[in-house]
Design a protein around this ligand. Sequence first.
Ligand code: HXC
Length: 258
Amino acid sequence: MPYETLILEKQENVGLVRLNRPEAYNALNDQLMNDLTAALDDLERDDNIGAIVLIGSEKAFAAGADIKMMREWDMLDVFKQQFITANWERASRCRKPVIAAVSGLALGGGCELAMMCDVIIAADNARFALPEITLATIPGAGGTQRLTRAVGKSKAMEMILSGRPMLADEAERCGLVSRMVALADLQREALALAGKIAGFSQPVVALAKECVNRAFESSLNEGILYERRMAYVTFGTEDQSEGLAAFVEKRAPQFKHR
Ligand code: HXC
């Protein structure tokens, strides 16, 4: 199914979603967020797909929520339509790993969308910012929470209260992104990582992802208990038996995602 504001490709067992509103730096309007929700639904349903890459253009991952759209709305409008809640958060609910490949601008909602993903890889020209304060609003798609968890209070406060952008090398240093790569290598590196993940047992990858996310929702002891239970669960899968057997028999494992 063709989308108006993004391009969806399936490359073997990886889904590649390219945000595509070049006339507006990929500003996130309703159409784009509906398209993104539908594309991620499609990839989640497809058993052949083991991981997803979300990418923008060289100039912009996304320049934030569409300001021309928002300026039409008052408080009751956004409350009634459940702005953000209605169609922005699909990436954060994916069971399959989602890698944000960020080049150029990741501003406001664009930065928040990247932070909803599981891994961010940044091109050396990436620029992250939460500039909502300059519009007399605040991040509304998780930015105050996810940025603070990623980089700590002081840097998050500085960025959110002043709108200061963070360049790719600083983002790598402070752990907002997993690594920085040359712009020319961004898509290849992101697809390679996604392909590697997609080659492992899909249910076990999903369990591992759930456990990491649990770290943000629970105390250390509860999180460790959850992890222990999920580690036990892997002993009930065919893939774990195969993985251990393949090691002992000195051969490559054949995972069946069971
Ligand atoms: C709508 C946008 C846009 C946006 C850019 N455009 N960003 N349209 N929403 N977020 C449009 C411009 O209006 C313009 O359209 C075209 O893209 C090119 O932009 P220019 O400004 O002419 O280009 P340039 O000078 O190169 O500057 C690019 C830019 C700048 C740095 C990205 O446009 C900018 O600062 N944009 C706003 C970024 C921002 O504040 N984002 C956070 C939004 S709030 P025309 O039609 O004139 O050609 C948010 C969360 C809110 O994300 C949550 C509340 C709950």
